[in-house]
Design a protein around this ligand. Structure first.
Ligand code: ADP
Ligand code: MG
Length: 477
């Protein structure tokens, strides 16, 4: 690594690295950077550290601050799109014809649109992800990868990783670097949003329900947010789709009850991929929750705003302007973070996208409407897929995006049972946003923290939960 990060004499000092590895794992455990194991994903009897980098990774100060600053604009943008049925219909029209999952979500959306909503408390907890692009001519720019409007994770664990890296750096003799590690507490900020919405819901006994998966390896990440709520005397329960479908109901005022408890907020940490809906009953449970007057985080429209297709449609000229009339500054700040995004809809424009991708596949990423990592298509595979689909409307399940090419860094990735090796790495910066709207009034709109994830550059795709990226901290340079 160059002078921008941890110097070579540290990175290549085998004895020191071995010593630090041990210190790092113990410190992570002491600070609660925890994850359940693959072998027993639903047990807390034997747990391990969540994967993380040995050292923090360099992130240019200016891009870091740019990403934080634009977050409140993104919060408002997501919220505004979610309230624009005409726009959502239009943006997703081609996708819902061919993508069954998006279609099912959209059907729920249409159904609840037709019902009058009494309480309008909206809670958005999202995470906008970026990479720093370095073009051939040496220019760099912050580029949004995507915005996660449902189940954005690692706000909990990333609240505790700064102390781990500070400690490692001190032991490595890098006291001055350790002072550069920023505090970070997304767990508190996410809980603040949940607490605000809970107060507005206005029933002391009503609970916040975390809707969770049946496999819960990442439970500790949730627990940080959960325990923040309990410390504010806000009761929390954890339930799965199945629980809601078996023991949940709406009363005549559309209040949601599960196991006899009134639910003030449904906080979805599940429900973002088709596999989460194991049975038709899961879909019915989702519909019931959406129809209820409980605050949904996110509600179905906000969930849909997070689709890759909406992201692509937003990049069209004039669209951002239509959401921020008379705010050219806001539009410019958001647009500055966009990478090139291209439609694959049937027609001339989509045909051009196909031609462009086939000519230079290495410049692009082909993305389906899926979340959770591991779904994107790169390089020669793009050609194979597009050759097969180019004359079929099935191509519209994808969008095409410019491939962001960050400058590699060097680091060690600590992961249970994996030997430690110096790796060429790429980092992705996430920024957490929280907002609450009551009727037409935004009562909270904040940037509540960050998340740096780093992966070995041999992997094109994938997040922490997918077993590819690991937790990290920015070392601002
Ligand atoms: P998911 O919803 O699966 O997380 P993402 O859009 O975040 O979808 O893509 C998954 C991963 O693929 C990202 O974390 C990033 O590593 C990589 N990736 C996605 N889009 C791009 C891009 N335009 N350029 C480079 N890498 C990308
Ligand atoms: Mg992602």
């Amino acid at each position: 690594m160059d002078c921008n990060g941890i110097p070579n004499e540290v990175l290549q000092n085998e004895e020191l690295i071995k010593y630090l590895e041990e210190i790092a794992k113990d410190t992570a455990l002491l600070h609660g950077i925890l994850m359940r194991t693959k072998e027993s994903p639903n047990s807390s009897e034997v747990v391990s550290y969540a994967p993380f980098t040995l050292f923090p990774s360099p992130v240019p100060k200016s891009f870091f601050h740019q990403a934080l600053k634009v977050q409140t604009h993104y919060n408002r943008l997501v919220d505004r799109i979610s309230q624009n049925p005409h726009y959502l219909e239009e943006a997703l029209a081609s996708t819902i014809k061919v993508d069954d999952f998006t279609k099912r979500l959209f059907n729920i959306y249409r159904q609840v649109q037709q019902e009058p909503q009494s309480k309008t408390i909206v809670l958005g907890l999202n995470r906008s992800d970026y990479m720093i692009d370095q073009t051939a001519d040496g220019k760099t720019a912050l580029r949004q990868i995507e915005i996660n409007t449902i189940a954005a994770s690692f706000g909990g664990l990333s609240s505790r990783t700064p102390d781990v890296h500070r400690h490692i750096l001190k032991v490595a003799g890098r006291l001055e670097d350790s002072k550069l590690i920023l505090d970070n507490n997304p767990a508190a900020g996410l809980a603040k949003g949940l607490a605000k919405a809970w107060e507005l819901y206005g029933s002391e006994k009503a609970v916040v329900m975390f809707l969770v998966e049946d496999v819960q390896r990442n439970i500790y990440d949730h627990r940080y947010v959960e325990n923040e709520l309990w410390s504010r005397n806000i009761p929390v329960i954890r339930r799965q789709f199945e629980d809601v479908s078996r023991r949940g109901s709406l009363d005549q005022n559309k209040k949601l009850f599960v196991d006899g408890q009134e639910v003030a907020i449904v906080y979805f940490r599940n429900g973002y991929v088709p596999q989460n809906y194991k049975t038709e009953q899961s879909w019915e449970a989702r519909l019931m929750m959406e129809r209820s007057c409980a605050v949904k985080c996110p509600d179905i429209s906000t969930h849909l705003v997070g689709t890759k297709k909406v992201q692509q449609e937003l990049a069209r000229p004039g669209v951002l302007e239509s959401f921020f009339l008379d705010e050219p500054g806001t539009v410019a700040e958001i647009r500055a973070t966009f990478a090139g995004l291209y439609t694959l809809d049937m027609g001339e424009e989509g045909d051009q996208t196909v031609t462009m991708a086939l000519a230079n596949p290495d410049r692009y990423v082909l993305k389906p409407q899926r979340e959770g990592g591991g779904n994107n298509i790169y390089g020669d595979e793009i050609c194979r897929v597009l050759e097969r689909l180019k004359n079929s409307s099935e191509r519209t399940t994808y969008i095409l995006m410019d491939k962001v090419q960050p400058k590699p860094t060097y680091n060690y990735l600590l992961r249970k049972d994996e030997p430690l090796r110096l790796k060429t790495c790429l980092s992705e910066l996430g920024v957490f946003g929280a907002y609450v709207r009551k009727g037409t009034e935004m009562v909270m709109n904040e940037c509540v923290g960050h998340l740096l994830r780093t992966k070995s550059s041999e992997h094109a795709d994938g997040g922490v939960a997918a077993g590819v990226a690991v937790l990290d901290n920015p070392l601002l340079v």
